[in-house]
Design a protein around this ligand. Structure first.
Ligand code: ATP
Length: 238
């Protein structure tokens, strides 16, 4: 039998009033894959994330996380999910440790495991020395990395990142991508990375292109390029 997909969307649609933001989108991400969701602003990426993370109710279609339908088994589905939203979401007046501990408590992680997990994750992104710093004293890139390890505290199997590198300089962007790859390897998880930046696509296992709410392409980088009749991924996306 084939493995249970990390994420499965079956004919997912969403409208805001009369505006169709997602129109019958279906795709599957297999476990352990690094998938990139590519789309210009307004393509429907944030709407898709809002549905997968259960901020919005799914009305049209079905979403399954490791086999759990988020409409029917929301607890089982959400426990397997870690999410980094597009907006900044650290509490700036709290320290790094406090921000992370709060999230761990929400997930019912005990104090000893919380300490151990925070220590190990901070270490792996080279930020052990920032444990007791107020979040407001971190750089934009450091804040993002803390948000990323916060999303991993409860050991999710699928990590969603929405425009995680927006507003950061080139060096921070590269660091974050490298950190994500390292964490993904260490934790053995699947990733859905939403971006409108073409240069973040090149070594993805899978590329999913959304255009005005519709699935335009889904496959390996080369397949996607071939399917669109373009010569490079940049041309395919132009
Ligand atoms: P961005 O990166 O700019 O957020 P996106 O690819 O994430 O773009 P969405 O934010 O999902 O796209 O938006 C998809 C479409 O739905 C757009 O046409 C947008 O204008 C519209 N839309 C999004 N949110 C709302 C809302 N709350 N009310 C009405 N229309 C909305």
């Amino acid at each position: 039998t084939p493995p249970v997909p990390a994420l499965e969307l079956i004919s997912v649609s969403h409208t805001y009033g009369a505006r169709k933001a997602l129109d019958g989108v279906s795709f599957t991400i297999q476990p352990g894959r690094f998938a990139v969701l590519l789309g210009l602003n307004g393509a429907g990426k944030t709407t898709l994330f809002s549905l997968v993370s259960h901020l919005f109710a799914t009305r049209g279609g079905q979403i399954r996380i490791f086999g759990y339908d988020i409409g029917r088994k929301p607890g089982d589905a959400l426990r397997r999910l870690g999410i980094v939203f597009q907006a900044r979401t650290l509490d700036l007046d709290l320290t790094v440790r406090q921000n992370l501990s709060y999230h761990a408590a929400l997930h019912g992680i005990g104090p000893r495991e919380t300490r151990r997990r925070i220590g190990a994750l901070l270490e792996s992104i080279d930020m052990s020395d920032r444990l007791n710093d107020k979040a407001r004293n971190l750089s934009g890139g450091q804040m993002r990395r803390v948000e990323i390890i916060r999303a991993l505290l409860h050991r999710p199997s699928l990590l969603l990142l929405d425009e995680a590198t927006v507003g950061l300089d080139v060096k921070s962007r590269a660091t974050i991508l490298a950190d994500i790859r390292k964490l993904v390897e260490e934790e053995g998880i699947s990733v859905l990375w939403a971006t409108h930046l073409i240069d973040e696509v090149s070594d993805a296992d899978q590329v999913i292109i959304l255009d005005k709410g519709k699935l335009m392409a889904d496959g390996g980088v080369e397949d996607v390029v071939a399917a669109t009749g373009a010569r490079t991924i940049s041309d395919a996306f132009a």
